[in-house]
Design a protein around this ligand. Structure first.
Ligand code: SAM
Length: 195
């Protein structure tokens, strides 16, 4: 779905079945091993569940989504929860210029797989651009093996192809304790390639 209105509609009718209201164990573990305070970007953040987990752990968080209702929900929930995040209405393939080169860590799940195939490279290139040279992107990607989407299947061979020239793959781990409804997920650690 390329149209923000189509995603917005899903939030309006409450059919955003991807919203889990809790973070995956791998994200809890990732947050727990951070030793420094980071500026974290969560692209395609939805109603902000992952963004709030980073913010609660003391990180500075920017969350992007192009569905206005998602952004409103993030802002409302953040204020109800008493956590501070910057929720911006923006397209992840063309993030605001002021983010260029300032992000330490991009955390994503269910964003790349939500994009139409012809936008994937632009998205990955945009994420590499907003990262500091020493930063990295950590992506939880689902290899569900089904045709069509969203969510589109993210088999390792496809991800390896998509990142060529943009990110170097530092590590890929099969997630052992993923949700039963999202079996066969991989955690990817990606470092931007300096140009
Ligand atoms: C499948 S939902 C996942 C939301 C959230 N990551 C979660 O796990 O709950 C995908 C989200 O990406 C947003 N999205 C899709 N394409 C986008 C784009 N090009 N730019 C910004 N947001 C986008 C949608 O509005 C939606 O909130």
């Amino acid at each position: 779905m390329t149209d923000p209105n189509a995603w917005n509609e899903r939030y309006a009718e409450g059919s955003d079945r991807w919203t889990l209201e809790r973070v995956p164990a791998v994200l809890e573990q990732l947050i727990a091993i951070q030793r420094e305070r980071h500026r974290v970007l969560v692209p395609g953040a939805g109603v902000g569940v992952d963004a709030f987990a980073w913010a609660r752990a003391g990180h500075d968080v920017v969350a992007l989504d192009f569905a206005p209702l998602a952004v409103t929900a993030m802002r409302t929930r953040a204020s109800e929860l008493g956590v501070k995040i910057e929720a911006l209405e923006a397209d992840v393939t063309a993030p605001p210029e002021q983010l260029r080169g300032i992000i330490d860590l991009v955390w994503e799940q269910t964003c790349l797989c939500a994009l139409p195939p012809d936008q994937r490279r632009a998205y990955l290139e945009a994420m590499a651009t907003i990262l500091r040279p020493s930063g990295s992107m950590v992506a939880l990607l689902w290899n569900h093996g089904d045709e069509g989407g969203p969510p589109f299947d993210m088999p390792p061979v496809l991800v390896e192809e998509l990142v060529v020239g943009v990110f170097a793959i530092r590590k890929r781990e099969r997630v052992a304790d993923g949700l039963s409804t999202r079996a066969n997920q991989y955690l990817w650690w990606l470092d931007p390639i300096r140009r």
